[in-house]
Design a protein around this ligand. Sequence first.
Ligand code: SF4
Ligand code: SF4
Length: 498
Amino acid sequence: MPATLSNSPAPDDLDDDLNDDLVEAPPFDLLLFPVIGRFLMWRHSRTLLQIPLLLVSLVMILHGLFGPSISPKNLATVLTWVHFRGALVLVILVAGNFFCMACPFMLARNLMRRFLHPRFTWPRRLRNKWMAVVLFAFILFTYELFGLWSSPWLTAWIIAGYFIAVLLIDGFFKHATFCKFVCPLGQFNFLASTVSPLEVEVRDHDVCSDCHTKDCIRGRHTSDSDLVVLQRGCELALFLPSKAGNMDCTFCLDCVHACPHDNIGILSRLPASELMIDPRRSGVGYFSRRKDIAALVLVFCFGALMNAFGMVSPVYAVESCLGRLLHIQSQATELGILFTIFLVVEPAILLGGAAWITRAWGGVKRAWLPLLLRYTYALVPLGFGVWLAHYGFHFFTGLYTIVPVTQNALASLGWPIGDPRWTLLGIPKYIAQPIEFGFLLLGLAGSLLIAWRLAEEDAGERRIRAFSPWAVVCLLLFLAAVWLMTQPMDMRATMMAG
Ligand code: SF4
Ligand code: SF4
C-alpha cells in the first residue's frame, strides 16, 4: 500500500477530526480583522469614537433647548427616540456593546479626571444593581407620564442631566462607579449584550496562568511617543481570566491595552450562550444568586412590553377604565398602578408559578427562589427581541427623518441646504413589520433554548416537565408582544405622529 494511503486517516477518524475542528475552530477575533482590528488596537480609538457623539450630544442639547418645540422637527427628540435607540439595539444584536465603547459621557468624565481625582469609594451597600433597577423603571415611567418623546426641552434636559450625574458621581467616586452601579442605559446595554455574538475575552488561558503581573485588572505604565503613561486596568472590576460573558463589560478595551502579552481579543461566540451556564463570574458572581440582576432582567423584559403597550391605543382605554373603577383623577397614579401590575404583579405570578410547577412537577430539587432566579435569565433574549422589534420598527420607518430635521436646523442657523423634505420618512411598514416579527421569533427561540438547556441540566429524564412551565411563560409573553406589534402604534417623534 502506498505510504500516502497507509498514513491516511480512516474515514471515521476523518469525521472525528472534522467534528473536532468544528468544535475547536478558533473563534473569529475582531481585533485581528484587517483595518477594524488595527483601528481598535490604537490606544486613542475610543476617544475618536466618542468625540463625534459628544459633539452630537451637545448639538442635541442646544437644539432641544432653543430649537423648534415640535418634536418631529427637533434633533433632540428625533435622534434620541428614533435613531439612537434603534441603532443601539441593532449594533448590540450584530456585534456587541459598542455604544458603551463610544459613550460621550465617559469622554466628559475622562476630561474631568485629568484635573480632578476622585477620593472616595462607592459605599459597599450600594455596590449592586438595585439603584439602577429603580432608575430604569423610573425612566420608563417618566417616559410615559411626561411624554418625553414629544418634548425636545425635556429630552435635552435628560441628556444634560446625564452629563451632570456622570460628572458628579465619577467626580467623587473612584473607578467606573457610574457605569457599574448607576447608569440605567448601561445596564440595558449589559443585559442586551448577553445575546451579542462578540465578547471581550482571553485568547489563551494558559498564558494567563503563567502571567504574574495581571495588568489587565491592575493597569500598567506604558510608553506612548516617549511619554510614560498609566494604562488603566479594568475599571469595572472584571478580571479577564475569570470573566464570563458581557455583563458589566463596556467594551472600553482598557484591558486589551493593559495586557502585556497581547492575550485579549474580541472573540466570537454563540449568542446568549453565557445565559445557559452559571459560573462564578469575575466582578459579577453567580447569576443565580444575584437577586438585583434578576430584578433588572424583569424590568428589562416586562418593561419592554409595558413600553410598547404605552404606545398603542388600548392603553388609553385601560387607563380610563382604571380611573373610573378606582375613582382616580391623577394620570400619575393610573400609570403607577399599571406599572406595578406589569413590572411586579405579572412577573411574580408568571415566574413564581412556573418555578413552583418546575419543582413540584419537574422534580427539580433546588429551592423555590434560587430556581426562580436561575430561570429568570432565560427571558433575556425574548425581552431583547421585544425591544428590537419596537425600536427597530421606529428606526426603520423613521430612518430618513434625520435629513429634513437637519436641513431645518441648518437653515435656522443661516446655512440652508435646500428646502427640508418633510415627506421623507423611512422604510415602508410592510417591510419593517416582517422584520419586527422576525426579531420577536428570534427572541422566543433564544429564550426557549436557554430554558431547555437549564431544564436538561436540572431535571435529566424529566426535562420536558421542568421545561414546560417556562415554555408557557415565554409563549405568553411572545403572544402578548405579537398582539402589541399588530396594534396601530403612535409614530412618536416623526412627522406622521398620531
Ligand atoms: S489577560 Fe493578560 S494581563 Fe490579564 S492575566 Fe491574562 S495575560 Fe495577564
Ligand atoms: S477593561 Fe473591563 S469593561 Fe473594559 S473591555 Fe476590558 S473587561 Fe470590558
